[in-house]
Ligand binder design. Structure first.
Ligand code: KIV
Length: 278
């Protein structure tokens, strides 16, 4: 038996305490093996509703269901040992009322074993965030480009690039933070506004396309690995995994076609005692 105690899992309180400290490293994950690979390197794993687009081929995150989030959430919690696992509440699971949000968020916590949920929206969701936090559910906020609102935003566009949008977005961040969110994702927000919001709120901001001014960063894992064909301007591809998969599959296909695979070492023979009689 190992004498080493398993590493303690990060909590929402640990993430909250990182405000202004060492940058928070966050990444999305949708499966147990991906979570297990990322876990030693990151502080937070988000089971993002981007899973609908990245894994299930939807055009937007709007069709994603609570059941889908629960299924992927469970897998990620099984794969991760140390990182805080946060699961997105999908579109339609929290907007109707704080009570509906509580019922769905409680289901996500119970059925996945995750430790927090994320929801999109600013001032209009502040009462809901407070309701959840008061009842024991840690909440991560998400403002700026909120993909679930694609139909009212009119497209995936960066926010806060004109000063007339600044006060509203800053008020959104303040409202969510005052309501008790432990961190706030800032998505596709112009750098000066991201810096202003980060300076104004007492909780960490986690940026995706919101500059180095944030307290941490998050990316969609498949985007940063180079597995998705088109990526937004704010993504740096840290790997070329898509290319590696393409080469490996082409090699496999060629090897099957020229019969060089499977070779002797991949093939079962008979046990010596049961060799057929000559
Ligand atoms: O769904 C998601 O992956 C997200 C991140 C982009 C923050 O919300």
């Amino acid at each position: 038996m190992s004498s080493q105690a398993p590493a303690a899992r990060m909590t929402s309180v640990d993430i909250r305490a990182r405000k202004g400290g060492a940058p928070i490293v966050a990444l999305t994950a949708y499966s147990a093996p991906a979570a297990a690979i990322a876990d030693p390197h990151v502080d937070l794993l988000l089971v993002g509703d981007s899973v609908g687009m990245v894994v299930h081929g939807y055009e937007t995150t709007v069709p994603v269901s609570l059941e889908l989030m629960v299924m992927h959430g469970r897998a990620v919690v099984r794969g991760a040992r140390r990182a805080l696992v946060v699961v997105d509440l999908p579109f339609g699971a929290y907007e109707e009322s704080p009570a509906v949000a509580f019922r769905n968020a409680a289901r996500v916590l119970k059925e996945t074993g995750c430790s927090a949920v994320k929801l999109e929206g600013g001032r209009r969701l502040a009462d809901t965030v407070r309701y959840l936090v008061d009842r024991g559910i840690p909440v991560m906020g998400h403002i700026g480009l909120t993909p679930q609102a694609i139909n009212t935003l009119g497209g995936f566009r960066a926010q806060g690039r004109t000063e007339d949008q600044w006060d509203g977005l800053e008020a959104d961040a303040m409202a969510i933070s005052d309501a008790g969110a432990f961190a706030i994702v800032l998505e596709a927000i112009a750098e000066p506004l991201a810096a202003r919001i980060t300076g104004a709120v007492p909780v960490p901001t986690i940026g995706i396309g919101a500059s180095a001014a944030c307290d941490g960063q998050i990316l969609v894992m498949e985007d940063m690995l180079g597995m998705t064909p088109r990526v937004p301007k704010f993504v740096r591809q840290f790997g070329r995994v898509g290319e590696a998969i393409d080469h490996a599959i082409a090699d496999y296909a060629a090897s099957v076609r020229d019969r060089s695979f499977p070779a002797g070492e991949h093939t079962y023979g008979m046990r010596p005692e049961s060799k057929p009689q000559q």
